[in-house]
Write a protein that binds this ligand. Structure first.
Ligand SMILES: Cc1cc2nc3c(=O)[nH]c(=O)nc-3n(C[C@H](O)[C@H](O)[C@H](O)COP(=O)(O)OP(=O)(O)OC[C@H]3O[C@@H](n4cnc5c(N)ncnc54)[C@H](O)[C@@H]3O)c2cc1C
Length: 323
């Protein structure tokens, strides 16, 4: 039975709402500085947009595809620790690039890291030892600050702006428009029907696809599973009927890779607020004991930025709160 926030005295405790990587990083920084902190998430598991799902006997990453850690970034030692303990693995630095005529070339960039257990497993690992309350949807954060009426030392909203705005009572609309949706479509075949060195494909000028990842390759088990991410426009058309987008995605993936048969199965996941159109460069927001962090801050928007935003806010709060 999940505990309610009001079951204990929270006055000296910071409540972090949102158990994606930014919220966990924030809670970790507070706990590391000896400040009482509780992490609350509405989901059954931590991870947020680093989430996945077990499909046909194995975990498939349906949110973030991979993570990066810039040289000299404070996130780099965290990632190195995961690699050392076998939780994350360097995946590749090279992807294909496709245009309207198909795959045109490859492009090389930073090393991308994948995981055997799904990216969510890294968030779960980061939360080890924290006071976590799952399956609680916070309804309102009010001045005080208070979380659903209960006082807290400080409150952190570690989530996309439209979700945070709803909690503090900002009228809906403005922030929603600044966040783009996406659909992730997992596609499974009986065997691998694409080149072993494909890794992933950035797709340009397609009305359907933006990105395609080889999930078996990034996870290291070689499973014949691809994950396609749609354009925001296609996702927006199908927000009320995500499964309705599957045929267009199957056709686009088959045409792109020249695959001669439909997949055996597909699974569609909707991300209503997948990414901010214009993430801020400021690392976080903090006003009257209510902080905000996540990938809407610390631009550009990605896992590393979300971690940096949460970690920076946690350190700032730890400095401001009584020890
Ligand atoms: C399809 C897709 C592909 C991506 N690909 C990449 C990639 O390849 N590489 C990369 O680096 N980044 C990628 N990203 C971005 C990356 O996933 C995010 O930047 C990062 O995970 C954001 O973390 P966060 O903690 O800011 O937010 P989130 O992960 O969204 O966490 C917010 C949490 O708040 C919780 N919550 C919301 N409202 C409430 C409430 N009222 N009460 C309680 N809990 C609440 C939610 O359940 C959620 O767990 C991708 C994102 C998507 C959607």
């Amino acid at each position: 039975m999940p505990r309610r926030i009001g079951d204990v005295d929270n006055e000296g405790t910071t409540i972090v709402v949102g158990g994606g990587i930014s919220g966990v990083a924030c809670a970790r920084a507070l706990a590391g500085a000896g400040r009482p902190v509780r992490l609350v998430d509405r989901g059954r598991r931590l991870g947020g947009r680093m989430g996945g799902r077990t499909l046909h006997g194995r975990v498939v990453d349906l949110g973030a595809s991979y993570l990066t850690a810039g040289e000299g970034s404070p996130f780099a030692p965290v990632v190195a620790g995961w690699v050392e303990r076998g939780l994350a693995r360097p995946w590749t630095d090279t992807f294909a690039v496709a245009g309207p005529g198909g795959i045109e070339r490859t492009t090389t960039g930073p090393v991308r890291y994948g995981t055997a257990g799904g990216l969510r497993s890294l968030v779960v690992d980061l939360a080890t030892g924290l006071d976590v309350q799952l399956e609680r949807t916070v309804q309102a954060v009010t001045p005080g600050p208070r979380v659903d009426g209960e006082p807290a030392a400080a409150v952190v909203l570690a989530m996309p702006d439209p979700q945070a705005d709803r909690l503090v009572g900002t009228p809906e609309g403005a922030a929603d428009a600044g966040w783009q949706p996406s659909l992730s479509v997992a596609l499974g075949w009986p065997d691998r029907r694409w080149p072993a060195d494909l890794h992933g494909v950035f797709v340009h000028d397609s009305p359907v696809l933006e990105w395609l990842a080889d999930d078996g390759d990034r996870r290291g088990d070689g499973a014949p599973v691809l994950v396609a991410h749609t354009t925001p426009a296609l996702a927006a058309e199908h927000l009320d009927d995500p499964d309705g987008a599957a045929p267009a995605v199957v056709a686009a993936v088959r045409a792109l890779l020249g695959i001669d048969a439909d997949p055996q199965w597909t699974h569609v996941h909707r991300w209503t607020f997948a990414k901010p159109a214009e993430p801020r460069s400021a690392p976080f927001g903090l006003d009257a004991g209510i902080g905000r962090c996540g990938d809407g801050w610390s631009a550009p928007s990605k896992v590393e930025s979300a971690w940096r935003s949460g970690d920076a806010l946690g350190r700032e709060l730890a400095g401001q709160l009584p020890g």
